[in-house]
Design a protein around this ligand. Structure first.
Ligand SMILES: [Zn+2]
Length: 88
């Protein structure tokens, strides 16, 4: 029956979209302390020990190091640099 198949598909589509909604809602409501299983940047597996040690960890060691370096270079170095130039 063609009609039967069509309505089955429609129901399946509704189920799919409601699952997607639920997943999206669950993701947006994640508590800050929830650690990710995979790195947000490169999708590498984050070791269980790291997830336990750092609550709410979102990056693998490599990406975290990269971010830390960028942050240090951007905020730390520039601030110190401008302070020095004011003093001299
Ligand atoms: Zn990574």
């Amino acid at each position: 029956m063609a009609g039967g198949w069509a309505s089955d598909d429609a129901v399946q589509e509704q189920i799919d979209s409601s699952i997607e909604d639920a997943v999206a809602r669950a993701r947006s409501q994640l508590p800050k302390g929830e650690s990710l299983r995979h790195c947000e940047e490169c999708d590498a597996v984050i070791p269980e020990a790291r997830r336990q040690a750092i609550h709410g960890v979102r990056l693998c060691v490599n990406c975290q190091a990269e971010h830390d370096r960028e942050n240090a270079a951007f905020t730390g170095y520039n601030r110190r640099g401008s302070k020095d130039s004011q003093l001299r």
